[in-house]
Design a protein around this ligand. Sequence first.
Ligand code: FAD
Length: 400
Amino acid sequence: MTKSVYDVAVIGGGPVGGYTASIIAKTGCSVLLLEEHETIGEPVQCAGVITPRVFEMVDFASSSIINRLRGAHIFSPQGQQLTVDAGETRAVVIDRAEFDTKIINHAQSNGAELMCGSKATGISRDANGWNIMVKEKEKEITVAAKLLIGADGSGSRVRGWLGLPEPEIMLNGFNATVDGLDMDDEYVHLFVGENVAPNFFAWMIPAGAGTRVGLCTRDAQEPVYRYFKRLFDKGPTKDMLLGARVISESSGRIPLGLLNRTYAEGALLVGDAAAQVKATSGGGIYMGLACAQHCARTAIEALEKDDLSKRMLASYQTRWMNHIGDELKHDMIIHKIFASMTDKQLGEAFELLDNEEILEMINRVGDIDYPSKLGWALLKKEPRFLKYAGKFLKYRLGGK
Ligand SMILES: Cc1cc2nc3c(=O)[nH]c(=O)nc-3n(C[C@H](O)[C@H](O)[C@H](O)COP(=O)(O)OP(=O)(O)OC[C@H]3O[C@@H](n4cnc5c(N)ncnc54)[C@H](O)[C@@H]3O)c2cc1C
């Protein structure tokens, strides 16, 4: 540690904290990045599917791409299979540990100071800004910073310390890497149904040397791990997973639901800490990095003006909401409609989707970063979907 008071302390050395630190440090501000784990990127708690669009922001991390995807085989609860195929790369699979490492290295090369194995355990505020208590192995130290940025993931403690709102929903996720499977490496397999992945979906993702197998659940009767084990014993996944050997496993939570305040006096929240995640897929990397740009810009302007007041920092909320707020709202509506459907209704919806013109439209319009575009297009093309979207109109009018 070289500074007595940093301009900015970023808590959380994930991709979003790293990217935020990188942009701010580039302007010459002093930035301290605190990460509780000893090694950046570990443990991996992610399936690692993102769009090539992400690399428009972090081109320096593109060596982390290990596979390219053009489509998906999607299975209904009854076992009906639909195939969507864009005919070109629509998503990529990354080595998440390498992705995070590249971003953090970039932040360091821009001048950010990294402290690994350093867990923030509490904060207090005085006239000069923040004092952050940090536990490093057996040692307790305090670091000082003018501005605090919470990028500490789904279970953000910074969010609680600042008294900011909690996400409406937490998904439970589980992901494993398996070997011994011979999968077509251009397609993911997705599975829906109450017995497979309640209120969300399960996946099999070809990832270079191995396959990522996992799922998320919400409001499920049993722990997510039980549903994971069941993928090997029941349903359409059983035969596909014959001969699979689990190499590594991890679990994690995914926060959903717009936070109406992600700033406080002298502080900002970003990434999973701010629940900047698509409720349709649980993907948070693209949205988090997009918000990191708004967070960094707001921080830089506030430091330049020497005004870190809540009023000044409120512009961050406006910026990221203007950029992705509508998309996140619509994704949540789609998620709620999907989660309200019974297995029978999902089966009926698959029958409607199994139509050449509709599949062609999905291939053309589908975009995993902006899924609501497809939602609207489907409703227009096939009005019978309105039956399931009944509540949609209510949500649009502000209902729960
Ligand atoms: C099972 C699963 C699968 C997923 N699959 C995808 C996917 O395919 N595509 C996608 O886009 N997204 C996916 N996600 C979501 C994605 O992982 C997150 O959106 C992304 O990691 C958010 O980045 P972040 O930097 O905000 O938070 P994180 O990556 O969670 O980073 C937060 C960092 O803060 C550190 N930290 C926490 N508390 C402290 C503290 N007190 N002091 C110091 N450091 C601290 C943590 O150790 C961590 O390194 C998945 C999530 C799960 C759980």
